[in-house]
Design a protein around this ligand. Structure first.
Ligand code: PLP
Length: 403
């Protein structure tokens, strides 16, 4: 055999062996951007990376110390699949005080990040061809996870300022609809669903016997003066048809600790636990301990992060206002600006993906193209990055626009 051909043949054979499920996966666009950034950095190029979806802060010291202590105390073994009782109790208490939601510990499951929790939710709830309604722009993971579960994502394309309404959802309901997926505040737009719309969405769920999956991971990163409203808290019957998803990654800068959770009807939580027991088993034991401190301990560091996000958002609001012709919606929550660049697209940069690649290549500023969120013509800029970086990023964008 020609040895030079061998690797190619092996590669073809290996691809041939992969499942249809895996072959149909869309690679995560944020991960490919990250790879390009790392490649440039490896060449010695300094990148202003405004593409990241995680807080730039260290995990607060007292939370980290609890994890370290847990390791030192030998708390390094399997725990109950769905999480330790002490953490479930802390989550029950937190949901009661922040969201006016009353759950029993048996209605809570802790898992390996909210991404894994969401994956299991779709696996547990979707039969083939069940439809899940969600709006775009969206975090692309939802779409892939729904498809992996055999479900059908039914997309509602929203226009700037990306406010989801009950009417938008109503238009997409069919006899096959099973789930309405909400993400408020949303990644990548930072948009909140207005309370009046939540009420009407609840009414739709009731009338059409739908389940609601409410991803509330950005619920504590809010720039409004009104408290957060979870759709599950609107009426007692809404709580019985909603699975609330949340986690520690964003609020407490704990992305690497991998702790997320769901709260919902006992039957669904038991099913999630049965699934999780065959996949990951428990979330890391020491991280569960740290998560208790995050919820029940001093909130000063968390408030300081929120303060920094608020300051950066104000800076960007002003900076973007001076940059034309951009279409900018100021986010109500989360830590992203989703910026329309349709008017900047031309023969050289015909798509937002090409424009963002150009920005990275020429100005060494990384932002995520709207294509990654099923919404071409935009980019997502994360302000989970220092004010200094944001200023460098804006300067780079300005140069790129005027070049
Ligand atoms: N939900 C949304 C909307 C997100 O943006 C993310 C992370 O980017 C997650 C869930 C997953 O977070 P984790 O798995 O770290 O809890």
């Amino acid at each position: 055999m020609n040895t030079a051909l061998e690797p190619a043949i092996v590669t073809t054979l290996t691809i041939f062996m992969l499942s249809q499920k895996v072959l149909s996966l869309k690679p995560s666009p944020t991960i490919s951007l990250d790879a390009k950034v790392k490649e440039l950095e490896a060449q010695g190029v300094s990148i202003v990376n405004l593409g990241l979806g995680e807080p730039d802060f260290a995990t607060p010291e007292h939370i980290a110390q609890t994890g370290i202590q847990a390791i030192q105390n030998g708390f390094t073994h399997y725990t109950a699949v769905g999480g330790i009782a002490e953490l479930k109790n802390a989550i029950v208490h937190s949901l009661a005080t922040t969201h006016r939601l009353t759950y029993a510990p048996s209605e809570i499951i802790v898992g390996v990040g909210s991404k894994a929790i969401l994956y299991n939710i779709f696996q547990a709830l979707c039969n083939p061809h069940d439809e899940v309604i969600l709006s775009t722009p969206t975090w692309s993971t939802y779409i892939e996870q729904i498809k992996l579960a055999g479900g059908v994502p039914v997309l509602i394309p929203l226009q700037s300022p990306f406010k989801l309404t009950a009417q938008d959802i109503a238009k997409k309901i069919t006899p096959k609809t099973k789930i309405v997926l909400l993400n408020s505040p949303a990644n990548p737009t930072g948009a909140l669903i207005d309370p009046a719309e939540l009420m009407q969405i609840a009414e739709l769920a009731r009338t059409h016997s739908l389940l609601v999956v409410s991803d509330e991971i950005y619920d504590r990163i809010l720039f409004t003066n009104t408290p957060y409203i979870s759709i599950a808290s609107l009426t007692p019957d809404m709580q019985t048809r909603t699975v609330v998803v949340n986690g520690f990654s964003k609020t407490y800068a704990m992305t690497g600790w991998r702790i997320g959770y769901a709260a919902g009807p006992k039957e669904i939580i038991s099913a999630l636990s049965a699934l999780q027991g065959q996949i990951t088993s428990n979330a890391p034991s020491m991280a569960q301990k740290a998560a208790i401190t995050a919820l029940a301990g001093d909130q000063t560091a968390m408030n300081a992060m929120l303060h920094a996000f608020t300051e950066r958002r104000t800076y960007l609001q002003d900076a973007f206002a001076k940059l034309s012709p951009l279409n900018v919606t100021v986010p109500e929550g989360a830590f992203y600006f989703f910026v329309g660049i349709q008017k900047l697209l031309n023969d050289r940069y015909p798509t937002s993906a090409a424009w963002c690649a150009g920005l990275l290549e020429k100005e060494h500023v990384a932002v995520v193209p709207g294509e990654a969120f099923e919404c071409p013509g935009y980019f997502r800029l994360s302000f989970a990055s220092s004010l200094k970086n944001l200023k460098l990023g804006i300067a780079g964008i300005q140069r790129f626009i005027t070049a």
